[in-house]
Design a protein around this ligand. Sequence first.
Ligand code: GLU
Length: 467
Amino acid sequence: MSITTRFAPSPTGYLHVGGARTALFSWLYARKHGGKFILRIEDTDLERSTQESVNAILEGMAWLGLDYDEGPYYQTHHFDRYKEIIQQLIAQGDAYYCYCSKDALEQLRTEQMANKEKPRYNGKCRELKGLEEGIEAVIRFKNPIDGVVTIEDLVKGDIVVANKELDDLIIARADGSPTYNLTVVVDDMDMKVTHVIRGDDHINNTPRQMNILKALGAELPKYAHLPMILGSDGARLSKRHGAVSVMQFRDDGYLPEALLNYLVRLGWSHGDQEIFSLDEMVEYFELDNVNVSASTFNMEKLLWLNHQYIMNSDPVHVARHLSWHMGQLGIDPADGPDLVDVVKAQRERSKTLVEMAAASVYFYKEFDSYDEKAAKKNFTVGSDDVLEQLHAKLAEMKSWSAEPLHQVVVDLAEALGLNMGKVAQPLRVAVCGSAVSPAIDITLTLIGREKTLARLDKAISYIRSQK
Ligand code: GLU
């Protein structure tokens, strides 16, 4: 059987971590089985859906690299088809017009609550014949009264729901617009979705959707409901736990593959392996290994993974992402060293690309002031002379590369009877503005001869002006 999965977000906000995990699992399942992955935008709620959210979802999918074989489809383009199916259900006796007013339904609800019964529609209009003109009517699905629906959930196992628990669901509102459960069913059927992989907040909808599919004579898809993601306090993950929008993770300096790796482990495992290339994820992914219980989002673990990816990914790839962050800081990477070399110099010390970018500005742009503590500690009496001598030696150098640069510092320290730090640290503060940088020889190769000499001059004048 060829497999088709879909990700079906409602565009009522950004692409959040939970949605991204659902998308990833659906994508992995399709990729693993050589199947098809569809993106479907469920935008029928006209009041809450926005183009901005659609864009945010598309941007998030693209940033994560979750490519789709079909779509994005938009449910608002399928209204005619939904109407057709609603009419078909009415014609075959599986749906009916309901004329109960809002007040009557409210009263019914109050009575049921008072009797400690589950509030549900009592089926009053179920057997009405013909169409009553002039009265507002919704359309309800005629749910079977007897028997049970069994969801053979691929994650949670069998879930059995008695039909008497399910009342007659509204499938079209009084204005004729179709409701969520109807549109999902029609699209899943038309798109020949074989596996519905989605959050377990939809589990209550599933037996209703299965009954509609049965009434339409459609083949039922298999279902896999993913347990929810919790914040560190045990509550459902939400905005107040910090970054939950996928694009926020980009802004905060995460690599997309680090986030994907984190998301795949959120509720799924393969032995005790933590780091998975995309190919490995595709190879090992099984719905059987998805946890049944909720998982907790752990920012520290994501940060650790991000650092692993920054250190171990192809530096060319990391540099491409770093370039975006440099741009955010107003830096044009053309104004300095090759970003790939910057990545190689900085990757051990940067857990995020935001950190790496912030720590790399001086390779590209002059700084206005020295870090106060660093200047105080290292621009001491006599350091101006040390820098002057360094300037002379560096100006003479034929090859501006790490090894001879290192040698110049070592030789000067020796000649002056100083330990290496007493030469390297003032030099570092002079060329970087702070006492933190990669190894001094690497730092100098990245800054380049011209900028190094100019910054030494500037530092010497600065120190002398402070005397
Ligand atoms: N549109 C629904 C949502 O965003 C998902 C529907 C589904 O996956 O069946 O929650």
